[in-house]
Write a protein that binds this ligand. Structure first.
Ligand SMILES: Cc1ncc(COP(=O)(O)O)c(C=O)c1O
Length: 359
């Protein structure tokens, strides 16, 4: 069999495979699930789930919990095997062959990955030099390129910057393209456009349980949008895409009063401390560390002259961070997710040592 060139050139996703003591590479929550919530979930599993039966294809209870939390109707939400699955489903099924997906670069790499895999035309709209989104430039590019779909993260992974909700709304209102706003990190900022779901026909908002809710292992994400579009997602998804235990875990966490909000609040405070520490390093080592971007997420993104060398220096101390090469630019970037307070101290000390050693 001859496989298409587009898949032959791909390499499997390569996460950090080393088991690190301190994991700051994937923007997960550093909080383990409290035992009381585990207990509730296990009890529900024993009472409700039948191991020999397929799970609820509509993930009804967990979608209901999500709808309540997000202030929307249950008919306006569908659950996915992580928001990642929903990104893939939207890009694969909402466009005609040869349709055009626009992204605003740099952004979460999976948007472009699925667009390429689906054989779509992919237009990369650049951010400004400050890595912020310029809504006017985005609107103009969508019009010029006749884009069918715009997808971007807000707050953004990797930049950690957030675009005010009013600006997002301006973009959505200015285009006929479907706009997918990925709010994976919005629990750490206050600029959600979930309130516009249903009002704007061309808006879908993606949410995930993998970040502030601390359930990355369960792989549960949601798409919120007009009922008509959500119905389409129900028709194109595989029937049992979210397993029974993940549905119960997500429902349990989303229903726990104030739990996600408390976690987000703590993670915001921890990230603020990490940001201050990294800014201090930037001031002390201006040759090696450049701009530290303000953070609206649970991670800090900053310029570094030798990101890969720093990553490896930290790995030797069993600390995982994400390095992004600068290619032709004088500096690349590092992305460091917050860990717990005492762990952040270790991360900062390791960064200091690496910089002192001249990397
Ligand atoms: C912006 C953004 N969207 C989506 C995802 C994927 O989330 P999930 O775990 O729900 O698939 C991530 C994960 O890092 C992300 O950063």
């Amino acid at each position: 069999m001859r496989l298409p060139q587009k898949v032959l050139s791909l390499t499997p996703y390569a996460p950090v495979t080393e088991i690190c003591r301190i994991r700051c590479d994937a923007n997960e929550s550093c909080f383990p699930l409290p035992s009381a919530l585990w207990d509730t979930a296990v009890k529900r599993m024993e009472e409700q789930a039948e191991a020999n039966r397929y799970p609820d294809p509509y993930a009804s209870a967990c979608c209901k919990a999500a709808a309540k939390k997000y202030g929307i109707h249950p008919e306006q939400v569908v659950a996915g095997n992580g928001s990642d699955e929903l990104i893939s489903l939207i890009e694969n099924s909402f466009l005609e062959p040869g349709g055009c997906v626009a992204t605003i670069e740099p952004d979460f790499s999976m948007y472009g990955f699925y667009a390429d895999l689906a054989g779509l035309r992919h237009v990369r709209i650049p951010k400004g030099e400050d890595l912020r989104i310029n809504p006017g430039a985005v609107t103009a590019a969508l019009e010029r390129e006749q884009a069918d779909l715009l997808i971007f993260s807000n707050p953004c992974n990797p930049t950690s910057l957030v675009l005010p909700a009013a600006e997002v709304e301006r973009i959505v209102r200015s285009t006929r393209a479907l706009v997918v706003v990925d709010e994976a990190y919005m629990e750490f900022a206050d600029e959600s456009v979930l309130g516009l779901v249903g009002e704007l026909e061309n808006l879908i908002v993606l949410k995930t349980c993998s970040k502030a809710a601390g359930l990355a292992s369960a792989r549960v994400g949601f798409a919120a949008g007009p009922e008509e579009l959500i119905r389409v997602l129900y028709s194109v998804k595989s029937p049992y895409n979210v397993n029974a235990f993940s549905q119960i875990l997500a429902q349990t966490v989303l229903e726990a009063p104030g739990y996600v909000e408390d976690c987000a609040k703590k993670l915001r405070a921890y990230t603020a401390g990490l940001y201050v520490g990294i800014c201090a390093l930037a001031a002390d080592f201006p040759e090696s560390v450049g701009t530290v971007y303000p953070t609206s997420t649970n991670f800090v993104y900053f310029e570094a002259k030798e990101p890969e060398k720093i990553r490896r220096a930290l790995l030797r101390r069993s600390i995982a961070v994400r390095a992004m090469p600068g290619h032709d630019a004088p500096m690349g970037h590092l992305r460091v997710s917050t860990a717990r307070l005492e762990e952040n101290e270790e991360v900062l000390a390791a960064l200091l040592d690496a910089l002192k050693e001249g990397v």
